[in-house]
Design a protein around this ligand. Structure first.
Ligand code: TLP
Length: 349
């Protein structure tokens, strides 16, 4: 296959491969048994993560899904209810783990471009009553995946946080792509974390690491999360081989997310010009483009299958919406190639 024919993989930023520097860091990593708390590389990454987020402590876990599960379990007790955004990853894509394993009732509230309205959250917090589960946690997602990578601003988080805390609930953020949000607004990531009690972020998405997410919060919360991680089989031994590329990511891979955002904008503007495709350009704020293919009179599944035949990999959001995600390894030339292929596809060439 010549570079001209090469497949452009826009399914997710999770497909990124580690950099040479990450592979070298893995080779050089000082290791120990992390269940005994003796892996120096893991300890260093956890300390860096806590510091970067302005919190007391952090815990390396295997995935974003595991991070959300141990965090929910550490913030609640069985039988509680958890208020979360109706399109959130926790609600849609985590196999119902918070219910089946965590034993909590998800209480979905619909947001606007992923952002929960504090008044809607307040209305959803039901009073203590013999008929109701105790509402003890509110979860937000930032950037918001199914809304198309939208940013929930520090101001929005702050106002919601006041409502949540005034009712005595805990406030958690699925910050899988929180550095995308910080880079998009050009502010320190602590602006996004200061109003939440705890959060998680992923190393294995735009930051290009092969594995890993971090749960961050106060020391008690992280202590509970460590125990739940063990219960779920996530206690890792020489996990420094995972932590080492994570350190490289935090030191070197954040700034470049801006390139992914530029490429997503270019892609969105090009797609918006294709007859039959509709893009909400205002929602293109980071490294994702979600668009409707209804005007092409095909389903999202059909679009994805036809795009694959043309050498463009993408995914579906719902029956008529498709998602493309930019990431390291996708250059401007790949965006141009993608747009040409989608044009050809929709014109039946
Ligand atoms: N999202 C994946 C898929 O599961 C949809 C993707 O390709 O975007 N929170 C958010 C906001 C996420 O987008 C994801 C992954 C997770 C949590 C879970 O992370 P992993 O895949 O590491 O379990």
């Amino acid at each position: 296959m010549t570079p001209e024919d090469a497949v452009v993989d826009l399914r997710s930023d999770t497909v990124t491969l580690p950099t040479e520097e990450m592979l070298e860091a893995i080779k050089q990593a000082k290791l120990g048994d992390d269940v005994y708390g003796e892996d120096p590389t893991v300890l260093r990454l956890e300390e860096m993560a806590a510091q970067k987020m302005g919190k007391e402590a952090a815990l390396l876990v295997t995935s974003g899904t595991q991070a959300n599960l141990v965090s929910t379990m550490s913030n609640t007790k069985r039988g509680d209810s958890v208020i979360l955004e109706a399109e959130s990853h926790v609600y849609w894509y985590e196999v119902g783990g918070i219910s089946t394993i965590g034993g909590v009732l998800p209480w979905p509230v619909r947001g606007n471009r992923g952002a929960l309205d504090p008044a809607d959250v307040e209305a959803a917090i039901r009073p203590k009553n013999i008929h109701f589960p105790d509402a003890t946690l509110v979860c937000i997602e930032n950037t918001h995946n199914r809304a198309g990578g939208t940013v929930i601003t520090p101001a929005q988080i702050g106002v919601l946080g006041e409502v949540v805390h005034s009712h005595g609930l805990k406030f958690y953020m699925d910050g899988a792509r929180i550095f995308n949000a910080a880079v998009a607004l050009g502010v320190d990531v602590k602006e996004f974390t200061k109003s939440v009690d705890n959060l998680m972020f992923c190393l294995s998405k735009g930051l290009s690491c092969p594995v890993g997410s971090l749960v961050v919060g106060d020391a008690d919360f992280v202590g509970r999360a460590r125990k739940y991680r063990k219960m779920l089989g996530g206690g890792m031994r020489q996990a420094g081989i995972i932590a080492a590329p994570g350190i490289v990511a935090l030191e070197k891979m954040i700034g470049r997310l801006a390139d992914d955002h530029d490429n997503a904008k270019l892609l969105a503007l090009g797609l918006a010009k294709v007859d039959g495709i509709e893009v909400d350009l205002g929602a293109v704020q980071t490294n994702m483009v979600a668009f409707s293919v209804r005007g092409l009179e095909i389903t999202a599944d059909q679009f994805v299958a036809r795009a694959k035949e043309k050498g463009v990999l993408c995914g579906t959001v719902d029956a008529f919406r498709v998602r493309m995600v930019t990431h390291r390894g996708i250059e401007k030339a790949d965006i141009e190639k993608t747009l040409q292929r989608i044009q050809d596809m929709t014109r039946g060439r």
